[in-house]
Each structure stands twice: as C-alpha cells, then as structure tokens.
Ligand binder design. Structure first.
Ligand code: PMP
Length: 423
C-alpha cells in the first residue's frame, strides 16, 4: 500500500486547525465520531444549495436530479463494502440498523409482511447468541427481541486477553441457535474478531448472522459478501461522513425474505384501508423520508477513503496503534484492555490508570489539547468482565500522526504524579 500524504490529508480536515485550551487539537476520539474532510462538508452543502428536492417522487427536474444523486450515493457506499446497491438499506446509524434487524426478525415471528419470513421466526426456547464484548446497540435490541418472542439470549465469553472464546462459542452455537450477532471490531478492545469462524459456526446450524461493522468500516478494507454475513451495519459519522446516516447491508435472499420494521410511505406498492403490499428490498426497509443529503455526503466520505486506499489507511493506523501500544505498555500503572499478543487490531486502545479515575485522566489530557473518550463506552458488561466501571480510550483515524500519539503519551506520563499517585 502506498503511504498516506499526511500533510495533505490533515489539510483536508478544517477542524484539525482548531485550538483547544490554547493547545493544538490532538483528536484521539474517532472511535466515538470521526472528523469530516472538506469534501464531505461541501457535498452536503452543495446538495442542499443546488439540488435539494424530494426523492422518488414528483416529475420535476430537481426531483429527478436529487433521486439520481441519492441512488448514485447508494451505489458508491454499497460498493465500498463490496455490495451491489440493492443490498444496501439506508438507516440513520448503526443503532437504527441493529434495531431494524432485530425488529424485522421479530416481525417474522408474527408471520406478516414477507412470504418467506418463516425461516427467521423465533419460538420460545430458540436461542439468540451475542458476545460479552458488544456495544449496547448490539445487545439491548436482542434482549428485547428475546423478551418479545420467548427466545433465550446467550453470550460468547471473552478471554482475559480480549479475544473471544471460540471453543466456548462452538459449544454455545447449537441446534437452537437462530441468530448470532457480534461485532467485527470491539469499540473498547480494538481487536478484529474472527468473523469467518463465527459465520461458519452459525451457518452450520442455519442461524442468521448479524455483524456490527461500525468500528471496522472506517479502518480496514471491508468486503461484506466475502465475509459471508447475512446482515451487517455501519455508521456514517464514524467513517468521515455526517451524522444521521448509516447502512444496513443484507444478503439478497435474506433481505428478500425479511418483513419490514418501520412501515409507511415510500415502501409500498398498493395500499387499501385494510392492508398493504410492500416493495422489494431495499425500499421495503426505507419507510418515510430518508437522510438524502447525509447519504450523498457519506458517498463523498467513502470516495475520499477509497482515494486514499483502505489498505493504506489500515497500514497507517496499524503503525499508530503499535506506537501507542508500545508507549502505553512502557508507562507505569497503565492496564491495557485486550492486549492480546498477535491479535489483529485497529488504532484503538482502552486502558485503566491505576489510582486515577478515567474522568480525571480525560480532563487532564483535555487541558493539554488531547481529546479522548472516558467512561464505559456503551459496553458495561465488557467493563464488568474486566472488573472496571470506566476506562480511557484513545482512538485514531486517517488524519492522526505519530506526533499526535507522542503528545498523548507525553501528557499521559504526567497524570499519576499530578494526582499524587506514587509510581
Ligand atoms: N456499535 C459500535 C461498535 C459502536 O462503536 C457504536 C458507536 N459508538 C455503535 C454501535 C452505535 O452507532 P451509532 O452511533 O451509529 O448509532
């Protein structure tokens, strides 16, 4: 992979010129939300300025133009994850995508909306399998689905080193398993999970797989059809795109057979006062007005990433991750989460500082211009598993430099003495 021209990349992100508390901004919170290049900001503004109109409706020129831009965006964003456009459903984000998946599967149990949906139906005693490391967005919708259907929720445990216990997974995924939902990359551990192995286990028992690709899509080349998952979600605002847009990818036969979640305008063929017939995917899952300007801006974001080249992005962030990991291991009183030797990772480390609360660490770093995330990162069960309530998380994106990592490490090296904790 060709190396990134970091000066040029950084110049594309206007916010990186900002100062925080009188210091150069060192933004290490891209795991929460990424910054946006000018091309993305411009794409949304250009659409709203020159082409804004309702899509899929109306016979006027602007409506046709807006529809074309919107559907081109679908093709671009679907292509970014290796899929044809009809296999990409727009959502408002990953949380919306995961709820869509869980509610659509739940509606299959009711038996309305799609002719082939019986294959997804959950009966009391059927099992939904998640992992111990999930973001709440890929946990609570499944808890709710289990409650509604009488299914049992089970989880694959995590080893002390942050890798999933695949031996346990082989015992947990069995005859009664109907759904296996798991994250590609944990937003706390940064480890790339073995998707192929988990998909193979799920497929061997005919279970539907649901992948949370939120923390992988921005950082590594992603080919969802090649991974073999049935459904997958990602989030625009974490991959240089705007808020309010995300994607749900589905295998063609799976989307075809799933009933809708939200119902209403734009997803129907004919409606009477008593009933309605639904459009095929992806429109079946896109009731109501869609995030049009955001989708168009997300297309600009993935074009930007494609221009850099995802292999180059991944290699760059791997180098930052290695530098950060090495520096963190060298500091006294730091406990890294998920420091598995040889694990494939993205540029993200969460850690505990002995004797200093994560929130104090966050404020201390902020005063030095360094933005990190503190708290449970919407993964309380994972923190509980490691005996913690909160951690500090530093996460990178395409625009971070080795100097960012060094400024962060240098600032962090002073935090324990500042709070009076002896080394
Ligand atoms: N899953 C993971 C792994 C995440 O990191 C996040 C965002 N913190 C989400 C789901 C939720 O994504 P969204 O903000 O798009 O709802």
């Amino acid at each position: 992979a060709t190396a990134l021209d970091l000066d040029a990349v950084r110049a594309d992100f206007p916010i990186l010129g900002e100062h925080v508390n009188g210091q150069r901004l060192v933004y290490l919170d891209s795991g929460a939300t990424s910054q946006k290049p000018q091309a993305v900001i411009d794409a949304e503004v250009a659409f709203l300025t020159r082409a804004n109109s309702a899509v899929h409706r109306g016979a006027h020129t602007l409506a046709a133009e807006a529809t074309e831009l919107f559907e081109d965006a679908r093709t671009t964003v679907a292509g970014f994850v290796g899929a044809p456009p009809e296999q990409l459903v727009w959502t408002s984000g990953a949380t919306a995508g995961l709820n869509l998946a869980a509610y659509a599967i739940g509606n299959a149990s009711v038996g309305r909306g799609a002719p082939e949906s019986a294959r997804f139906a959950l009966r009391p005693g059927d099992e939904i399998v998640v992992t111990e490391i999930e973001h709440h967005a890929n946990l609570i919708p499944w808890q709710e689905l289990a409650t509604r259907t009488g299914a049992v929720l089970r989880h694959i445990p995590v080893h002390d080193d942050g890798t999933l216990d695949l031996d346990a997974a082989a015992g947990i995924i069995g005859e009664r398993t109907r759904v296996v939902a798991f994250t590609h990359v944990s937003n706390v551990l940064g480890i790339v999970n073995p998707v192929t192995e988990l998909v193979a286990l799920a497929q061997s028992v005919g279970a539907v797989t649901v992948l949370d690709a939120c923390q992988s899509a921005p950082h590594l080349p992603l080919d969802l059809p090649a991974l073999g998952v049935d459904l997958a979600v990602f989030s625009g605002h974490k991959m240089l795109g705007p808020y309010g847009v995300g994607g749900l990818y589905g295998r063609a036969d799976v989307l075809e057979a799933l009933p809708p979640f939200l119902t209403g305008g734009s997803m129907i063929t004919t409606v009477t006062l008593d009933e309605a017939e639904y459009l095929p995917p992806p429109q079946r899952f896109e009731a109501g007005t869609q995030p049009v300007s955001q989708a168009i801006a997300l297309a600009a974001a993935v074009r930007y990433l494609d221009r850099l080249g995802m292999p180059a992005v991944h290699a760059h962030e791997k180098a930052l991750e290695a530098r950060m990991g090495e520096g963190l291991r060298a500091l006294p009183g730091i406990r890294l989460l998920g420091d598995a030797p040889d694990a494939e990772r993205v540029g993200l480390w969460a850690f505990d500082v002995d004797g200093v609360h994560a929130h104090d660490v966050g404020q201390f770093l902020d005063a030095r211009g360094v933005a990190v995330r503190v708290g449970h990162h919407c993964a309380q069960p994972l923190h509980r598993r490691f005996g913690l309530t909160a951690t500090v998380r530093a996460s990178t994106s395409v625009y971070n430099t080795a100097d960012d990592v060094d400024v962060f490490l240098d600032a962090l090296s002073g935090v324990r003495s500042f709070f009076g904790v002896s080394a």
